[in-house]
Ligand binder design. Sequence first.
Ligand code: NAD
Ligand code: AKB
Length: 313
Amino acid sequence: MYNKEDKILIIGAGGQIGIELTQELSVHYGSSNVIAADIKPIPALELNPFEKLDILDKDALLNVVKKHQISHVYLLAALLSATGEQNPMFAWKLNMEGLFNVLDLAKEKHISKVYWPSSIAVFGPTTPKINTPQYTIMEPSTVYGISKQAGERWCEWYFNKFKVDVRSLRYPGLIGWKSAPGGGTTDYAVHIFHEAIKHKKYECFLSADTALPMMHMEDAIRATVEIMHVPSDQIKIRGSYNLAGISFTPSEIAEEIRKHIPDFQISYNPDFRQGIADSWPKSISEDAARNDWGWSAKYNLSSLVQNMLENLA
Ligand code: NAD
Ligand code: AKB
């Protein structure tokens, strides 16, 4: 499954997903074959070769790919939903031009495989909110969601036109204990654990009953590694696959935390992120991922909360 001749480049390796994905791929390919690239240094990844790289610099990207004879690129550099709304034009530039730079490298045969994550942000206020299907109305209302929706169509186009082997997952909000989230609407579901352990209280920026799909980082990393290793003809969707994860509200996760920290208190002070959350699905159907490449998650809410508290404590 893991070809030791493959050389991996992770762009945005210093972020919430990048740190864990770099560590996981290093176990399988060896640290020296997994190159961590980011616009800023990554102290957490001292075993991997590091390249300081701005994904918007196409020539610098090509130099890194040639220097390390890269075969697979995981493109994680992006602005997320909350920071994207605060800097919309730059979010569009970074999220789209970064993707074009990588897809063009694959089109020109410098690399053979691309991973690029999409998000539940591709859905919008007119999408059915419960058990959202793979194919449905998609009218995203954030710049981030618009960039992910456009990105999905471009991935599909590069596959159809040029046979670019690009694979993608629509991640729900991701929750892990090894790295910090980078400016999304679902970030509360990581912050809440740190505050519960440190201060036994948390002020949530979403309302008590805002249900959103979330996923343990371990499941998300496994899904990423799995989709990158299934035979190409099993990948029927070259836009992006829905992943369901676990759906819960802030009050439900607080209740679960209280089973471990009985005097934990949560209060609610919704800000602009409430509007973003209200536009997203409450739960997702992942039938296509299950049927096409056998996806199945391991964590439920209770095991996620237990795992987060044990590791952070
Ligand atoms: P993050 O913000 O934590 O990390 C992004 C990384 O990219 C940072 O280390 C940043 O320094 C780097 N970066 C920014 N601009 C760069 C540039 N010009 N060149 C090179 N590197 C640059 O993001 P994340 O949460 O790890 O998300 C990674 C990807 O997964 C994004 O595409 C995001 O949309 C997607 N995603 C994340 C989640 C989630 O819950 N974390 C959910 C759905 C989709
Ligand atoms: C965000 O909240 O922006 C991300 C995502 C779900 O894409 N975590």
